[in-house]
Every structure is written in C-alpha cells, then in structure tokens.
Design a protein around this ligand. Sequence first.
Ligand code: PMP
Length: 355
Amino acid sequence: MTSPQPRPNVAAIPTYVAGKPPAPREGLTVYKLSSNENPYPPLPGVVEAAYAAASRMNRYPDMGNADLYGALSRKLGVPTEHLALATGSVALIYQLVQAFCEPGDEVVYAWRSFEAYPIAVTAAAATSVRVPVLADGRHDLDAMADAITDRTRVVLVCTPNNPTGPAVSQSDLDAFLAKVPPHVLVVVDEAYVEFVRMDDAIDGLATYAAHDNVLLTRTFSKAHGLAGFRVGYAVGPEPIAGALRAVSLPFGVSSVAQAAAVASLEEEAALLERVDALVVQRDRVVAGLREAGWDVPEPQGNFVWFELGDRTAEFAAAADELGIVVRPFAGEGARVSIGEDEANDRIVELARRFG
Ligand code: PMP
C-alpha cells in the first residue's frame, strides 16, 4: 500500500533559512544582524494595546480586521476594498501566487532577491523565472521585461532589494510598467519603503493608483519593528486586493497583532524618528565600509550586502568572532542588518579586518 503522497512540487520547495539566533557568549554582547529586524522594541503604547487585546484571547479575532483596515485606509487615503491584510507580507506573496497562477504559469523576479519568492512559487506549482541582478545589485528591469512570456502571470519587483540593497527609481519603474502587458500583475514589494532616501524614489501609492495591474506589499515588521506580530498589507486595485482577501486564512491576523498594528500607526511620528536614526547609522556604516575599500551596493533598506563569493563562510565566522550574527548566502555573500550603535561599529570593524 502506498502512503499519502504530497504533490511532486512540494518536495521541490526550497528551505527558508531563518537568521540564526545569537548564542550567548561570556563577557560579550552578541548582536543578531541576520533578519533585517528593527533593533528598537515596540513603543510602550503598542505593547499596552497588545496586552489589552491579550486579555480577550478566549475570543476569535475580528475576522474583518475592521479597526486595522480603517486605520490603514485613513492613513494611506485609499478605500478599504483596495487593501488586503495578512500574517506578514510573506503571506501576501504566497496568496498572490496562489490566486493568480495555475500550475506551470510563470512568475518573473530578480535573483538574488527575497528567498521566500521561490518558496511561494514552487508551493503553488508555478514556475520561477529568475533574472540576475546587475553587477551593482540593482534589478535588470529591461531583462525582466524581456523575460515576460504568454505564461507570465506575476512579476515581483523587490525594492529595496533584499539582500543586495538598491531600490528601483520611479522613472525606471515607469519605463518598465510601460512594457508590461496589462494581464501581468506587477507586485512592488516595499517591505523597506520607509528607509528609502534617494532622488526619484518610487511613489508607490501614486503608481498603484495609475495602473490596473500594480499591487504594493508592505509590512509592520521592519520600520514599525513588529516582526513578531506578523502583520503585512497589500494595496492594489479592488479586483486584485479582493482576490488576496478571498484566499486568505480565516482569522489569520490575531487580535493582539491587529491591536498592535493600529496602535503603531497612531505612533507613526515616533517610529519615523527611529527610522531616521537607523538611516543615519546605515549611512555611517556604508561610509566606513567604503573607506575600508569595500565596493558595497547602494543600500536603501536597513541592511548592507557584502559580495564575498567563496569567502562567505569565512566572513560569517569572522563576524561571529566579533559578536555579530550575519546572514550568509553560501558562495555569494552576506547580508548584515543595521542594528544597535555598538553592533554597527562592529560591522565597520569587521569590514576593516576582513578587507
Ligand atoms: N519582502 C521582503 C523583501 C522581505 O525582506 C521580507 C522579510 N525579510 C518580507 C517581504 C516579509 O516580511 P514579513 O512577512 O515579516 O512582513
């Protein structure tokens, strides 16, 4: 008798390599810089709101997430029907591949990029079409446009790109969108949007409003520092956002997460001050790395990329010695999050020693 067999694509799903937690070390504070987390804990008002919601955890959450949809709609100036909430923006990526791709349909994305993309695509039995990033870590949008075929259903544009760092400019995105056929959904993954400081930065809301095939994905995990709560949202035309809501898990976003996200939106000014401080730190780190002779791609998120090839494991070990945990990508390079001031000093120190 044969045992139950999952669909063949399930065996092909790549493993998500989560950032390692730091192992405690005698006499040395170890910093986790491996998951692009925000080093600041949630603001007191956010924690209080989550505690208050925790006292009602015998009840299911509001399935319609009314308070959070309302708060986001007011903040962004978009109708609630243009929004879709999920347990982190990674869940939105799963849902959109599930909602838009038949088995064998193609999803185009840059590579290397966010490691959840091939997982979501393979889980849906769709086909990944990976377009190598340029030497400076930017998306090759011309090549991505050329990679679109009759089978393409979705293009994922990760900006800033995790893990290489650079962001797409508005003019490059506009030129790309002009080449994309209307039946192809273009997802602009803006997980790190609050950290972008560049001329000609993308105005995601204006871009989605001007196109019937553009969806933005965003998250409370990075700038808001609520990664553990698992809340992400998409902004897109009603039929697309509606499809995401249709395939979402009932009661997915917990009541504590909803309460924390609503409270966090109310404290946005304080949060954006923290983001500004992290951007200052990022720029300080980049200056230090360049001074040490590293040719780092222009980072626009809360992380920096070291291209290391076969020295990647050695670099991760040297980081470990200095008490920082980085995210190595075997044979390619290492991504290092901007963290506490002391942690950032150690990144620069590592770059000097390793260079
Ligand atoms: N998109 C990108 C580009 C990311 O780097 C991440 C997290 N590392 C996500 C989406 C997912 O974030 P979350 O599920 O926490 O919202």
